[in-house]
Structures are given as structure tokens and as C-alpha cells.
Design a protein around this ligand. Structure first.
Ligand SMILES: [Cu+2]
Length: 143
């Protein structure tokens, strides 16, 4: 009886930790506007944190790009400027929206071209080293 309870406890432990990892963040509507070949591109998406702890994305990489940064867009003296930021923090229950004119994943040093219908495989990395793959759909800029 005790042995069965122990096995049950172990099974529940693994089940709940697996759940916690896969459900830590949810990504919706990930997309990347088409750009002329050789130009930087951007990743936009909605990131939802259904958990009870804040999650901070601190790094990123993407297949086909030599360098990736987290950026925000700000208005300074009437001029739009992009600035690198150290973290994207998603509070519990919050949805953070990355969108044109705001927060985005900057895809730098393209190593090949991406067109409408392609996907950019972005990997976001949180402050504890956990990785979140996000497939970003390449679409024409105006849609
Ligand atoms: Cu940028």
C-alpha cells in the first residue's frame, strides 16, 4: 500500500512538472512581415502567462539569422527609435503584445531570404534558461 502511494506521488510529481513547463507561456499570432532580401526582420506575437509566477524572456535566437535582440520602439522628439531591452517580463495572468511600433523580436543578419508562407523558427529563452520555440509566419507587411 505504501509502495503504491509512493509510486502515485512520483507519477503525480512528474506529471505536474511536465504540465508546468509546457503551460508556462502561450504564444499566439506569431508573425514576421516580409522584408527585402538582406534586411533585418521582426517577430511579433502575443505572449500569455497563465501561471502564478512572472516569466522574463532575456534572450532569443532564430534559425537563419546571425543575431537576434529584444527591442522596444519609442518616440523621441517626434522620431521613432528602436532600443534594445534586457527583458520582456510577462506577469502572471498577463498577455504581452509584441506589435509593429512597439515591442518586437529583432531578427538581425539574415543568412537567407524569407518569403510569404515561410516560417521563422524563433527560440525565446527565459531568465532560468528555459527555451520556448515559436514558429513565426512570414506574411506581407500590410495585412
Ligand atoms: Cu528593432
Amino acid at each position: 500500500m505504501l509502495k503504491n502511494l509512493t509510486l502515485l506521488a512520483i507519477a503525480l510529481f512528474f506529471f505536474s512538472s511536465a504540465m508546468a513547463d509546457s503551460e508556462r507561456l502561450r504564444f499566439d499570432h506569431a508573425w514576421t512581415p516580409e522584408a527585402p532580401p538582406g534586411r533585418m526582420m521582426a517577430g511579433f506575437m502575443e505572449i500569455h502567462n497563465p501561471g502564478s509566477e512572472p516569466v522574463s524572456i532575456v534572450d532569443a535566437r532564430a534559425d537563419g539569422f546571425g543575431h537576434v535582440e529584444l527591442h522596444n520602439t519609442t518616440m523621441e522628439d517626434g522620431v521613432m527609435r528602436m532600443r534594445r531591452i534586457n527583458a520582456l517580463t510577462i506577469e502572471p495572468g498577463q498577455t504581452l503584445t509584441l506589435e509593429p511600433g512597439g515591442l518586437h523580436v529583432m531578427l538581425i543578419k539574415p543568412e537567407r531570404s524569407f518569403r510569404d508562407g515561410d516560417q521563422v523558427e524563433i527560440v525565446l529563452i527565459d531568465s532560468e534558461g528555459r527555451e520556448y520555440p515559436v514558429a513565426s509566419a512570414v506574411r506581407p507587411r500590410r495585412r
